[in-house]
Structures are given as C-alpha cells and as structure tokens.
Design a binder for this molecule. Sequence first.
Ligand code: HAM
Length: 413
Amino acid sequence: MSDKIQTPRGTFDVLGDAARARDELERTARGILERAGYERIETPTFESTALFARGVGESTDVVQKEMYTFDDGGGGSITLRPEGTAPVCRAYVEHGMHKLPQPVKLWYLGAYFRAERPQHGRYRQFWQVGAEALGSDDPAVDAESILLLAEILEAIKVSPVRLRISSLGTPATRAEYKAELQTYLRSHEDRLSGEVRDRIDLNPLRAFDADHPGTQEVMRAAPLLLDRLTDEDREHFETVKALLDSAGLSFEVDPTLVRGLDYYTRTVFEFTSDALGSQSGVGGGGRYDGLVEQLGGPPTPGMGWAAGVERILLASPPPPTAAPPLDLYVAYAKPEYRRDAFKLAADARRAGHAAELELGGRSLKGQLKSAQRAGARYVAILGDEGTALKDMESGEQRVIQIDTVMHHIRTGL
Ligand code: HAM
C-alpha cells in the first residue's frame, strides 16, 4: 500500500457537524444582509496579481509575503485571492455598477488564501463572509455596515466580542501624519525593535501593533492620527459614533487600531473575541474611498468588512445537530423489486418529500434497521405481498397500492 495523502498544511476538510454549522452561518448571514438590501456577488478564486499589488498595497504583509502567485501559463501572473474587497471593486468597475442607484450593496462568502504560518484560527485556506457598500460616503453607511456584522455575530452567539473603532482620515491627512510619526520614530530609533525600525519608511503605523516592550513604551507617547483629522473627517467620525450609539451598539474608540491592508480611509473597525486566543480578530473592515479610482474606476467611496468563518465558528457554540427529517425510506425484499423501489423514491422526491432508497445491498432486516437509524417517518417495503407502508412512530403497518404511498405519507395511514 502506498502512503496516505493528506490535506496540505493550513487547510482542512469541512464535514459533518462542521458543515452543518457553516450552513447555519450562511443562512443567518444571508438573512441579515439580504434584509438590508445586500445582494450576493462571487468573484473568481484567482485574479490578476496586479489587482492585489495595486489594491491591497505593496507595503502590506499580505502582498509582500502571503500571496499564492502563479504563472498563468501564458506569461501573465495570477494570484489566489487573499481578500475580497479589491475583487469586488474590480467587479464594480468592470460591470459599470456606478450607473446603478448608489450605494451598490454586495455580500459574499467564499474561500480566501494566505501563505501564513498555520496555527489555531489561522489557516492558509480560510473562508470569509463579507459585505461591501459602494458609492456613498454617508456615515450611515459606515454605521449600518458595522451594525450588520454585529447582528450576525450576535445571532450566531459569538462571545465575548469587543468592537473597536477609529478613523484614519483622508490620504492627505494620513500622509502628513505618517511623516510626523516617522520623525517621531526616528528620534527614538534606539528603543525600537529591529523589525519596526526597518519599516519606518514603508509602514510606520504598524509600530502601534508591535509586541516588543521597548517599542510599546515609545508608542505610548506617539502622536495619534485621530488628533490630526480634518474638521470634515472628525465630523464624519462623530456621526458614525452617534449612529452606533442610537442603535445601542457598544464600542471602544481605539486610536491605535491598525488594519493590515493599505486601502482604508476614515472609519476602521475590528471585532475581536477572547475565546480565540492570539488570533483574536473575528472580523473587521472600514471605509476605502480611494480604492475604486485606484483600480481604474470613477472616484467612488466604499465601506465594508469581512469576517473569518472559521473564527466565528470557533468562538460560538455548536448549533444543535438536528439531522434533516426523512419522510420516506424505500426498502425492498428482493432484487426484482429494485426498479419499482427506485421509481417510488424518485417520485417521492419529485413530489417534495425527503426520501431515500436502500443502496447498501442489505437484508430486509438490515434495511429496516437502517431506516430507523435515519429517523424515517415512514418505510415502504416492496415484496411478494405488494407494497407495505409502515408508520415508524405508531408501528402500524398496512399493505396499500404503490401509487397511494404519497397520499398516505401526506394524510397518515
Ligand atoms: P482582514 O482583516 O484581513 O480584512 O480579514 C478579515 C477577517 O478574515 C479577519 O478578521 C479574520 O477573521 C479572517 N482571516 C484573515 N486571515 C485569516 C487566516 N489566515 N485564517 C483564518 N481567518 C483569517 C479583509 O480581508 C478586508 N478585505 C476586510 C474589508 C472588507 N475591508 C473593507 N471591506
């Protein structure tokens, strides 16, 4: 026998209870998002590498070291999508969605890929549920978007969750602030970690994320972007906060909140759960008012989030595992009755019943046992005496005409 082949590192199969839990999450997310007017979108699993390089940002970890990038066989470069926002913006431009009534509200659920070091809650193929609203900079879009994720997490009973929000202002404010922060970091260079020091030019904001004690000490006195916002951006942020308050959603303002992707402007937020250990980010997002234009579209504001499906499920109780009900199990005594049995099961399904046929070549006794295990409400047994229908709840059994089986399932024996 040759060696067993297993799933690649950082990937996993989804089956049994885990598959049912995902179905439940998908149903819940769909219900909440579609009631708010979001429509489903699915973009391809791979995209041109340039989309992420330009959209997510050359300086981010995602682009620098976490992308699965391949030659497409014709001289082009493609990348397994590490995230969903750049693809949705590409689709918005490609389909001329700016001509639709704005904002265009879209949601998605699918697999994403990052070449990260796998650990509990961190995988190389993971799933995200996400929502994007394009074409309006109204702060109500921000507040509603955040509220929708909060409602999904609450419905799935993710706990305990903490919501942190902040504002990054406009790219111009950010650029000025970045220069100010760089000057500050350089003046304290000797106390910073090597990694932070190396990234002062590229991404100084990440210094707020560092777990190096010396760096943390320096960052406690660092200037904050939140104190440098323009009046307009501050007002926008104040309105977002007031709307969240009015919806009764509690949050903390965290001026050091850093997101790992470059496209954010104004509002950013993150939900975390202590149930997850070190990979505590359940979901997050924010506003990205320049992204569509950066990808070749008209100037278009955007706001959205994505949440990790595995992390949501890790931080929530398993849903009750009710097996789907089975209306009819079709058993047969001898091989010559297989044809009629096959047709009966197919007809029952066409009529909208859950029906299964014996497929394991079992003895009649074995078939009845397997019907019981499957929780069948009725069993039809095709044999020499005709068709017997057994009510598995009362134990009653009667010989009936085969073409009246469906009638009896509906009305009882
Ligand atoms: P992100 O924070 O990079 O944002 O990812 C969103 C969520 O995906 C995380 O909070 C986490 O739950 C999950 N996630 C990320 N990487 C992994 C991994 N390796 N294993 C398991 N789960 C993971 C985005 O992707 C943005 N596109 C969100 C967004 C949408 N911003 C605006 N619109």
